[in-house]
Every structure is written in C-alpha cells, then in structure tokens.
Design a protein around this ligand. Sequence first.
Ligand SMILES: [Zn+2]
Ligand SMILES: [Zn+2]
Length: 187
Amino acid sequence: MIDQSPAIHLVILEAEEPDYLRQVAESIQEQFDLDVTVGKPLGLPTYALDPVRKQYNSNLILKRLAETCPPHAVKVLGLTAVDLFSPIFTYVFGEALFQGKSAVISAFRLRGVPDAKAALGCPPLMNRMEKEAVHELGHTFGLRHCLDPDCVMNYSSGVQCADRKFPFFCPACRELLLWSLKKSMRE
Ligand SMILES: [Zn+2]
Ligand SMILES: [Zn+2]
C-alpha cells in the first residue's frame, strides 16, 4: 500500500545515493515534521548543463523538479554534486522557488577545502548539506533570510557562515514555518 501522508520527496541527481543522504533526510524529517521519501538516483541533470560555463543552471533544475513532483509530496528537494549556478550568480550552494514546490542543493561548493575535521573522519560536508537542505526548503515554505546569525535561515555567503549557524530554525522562523505548514496541509 502506498503511504499517502504528505511528504518531502528527495530526488538524487547523481548516479548513486550520496553518503550524506541519511543525515539530510533525518534532519528534514525532524525540522519539518513531515515524512521524507527518497526517489531512485536519476543521474546528472544534463538538461541544465550550460556548455560555456560548464556548470548546471539551478533555475532549470527547479522547474523540472517542480513539474515532476510526485502527488504525495508537498515539496521536492534535488541533491547533487555538480556545480550549480543561477544566472545572476557565479555559483550557488543551492536554490529554491520561494513559496514554490522545489529546491535543489549541491555538495560541489560546500565541500570547501579539506580541514582538520575531515582528517578526523568527521567531514563538515554532511552538516553543511543538512543546513543547506533545511534552509532551501524553508524558502519553499515562504521563509525569508533571518538576521539571527544562529538561525538556519541566516544567509551564508561562504562555508564558514554555514558552519557557524545551527541546523534548525530560531523561534520566530519556527513560528512562521508552523503557520505555513498548516496552510499547505489544507491545500
Ligand atoms: Zn537563502
Ligand atoms: Zn530565524
């Protein structure tokens, strides 16, 4: 039987499931209190490749993800390791349709430079992907950037900013999110 409770659907835009998938899925489940479903790895989003920039256009990926969002899902999140760009930026960690259906995040720039933590077998990439996933999905629920430097909705201009903030919402953002979740469940 198909589980019809509302979910956030994860789409892997790689050949295989990435090692951070489980942590990202658990964090989303916890922060949004919704089921998380995972689709089969789809491979690279070749339709979005810009041959000149040799990067992938996140606007095109968001559009495609929104069109293919399964009926049980309220939101769909794409996960990839390719370098994403949005036409007005050199690169993006991720992007989302504000109050829309889809978001996408990439490990490419979030990997950053290997540091001491990575050498200890505790790579910060998982934590960064977790925060970026919650952040971009927050935008799909209508949350804007938050001035609280600890809040997951704080804007990260670099990986250091991403490392500093918490993987969860400040009380004000949480309240807005709960209101938005209630609203989206009625639709
Ligand atoms: Zn943002
Ligand atoms: Zn906040």
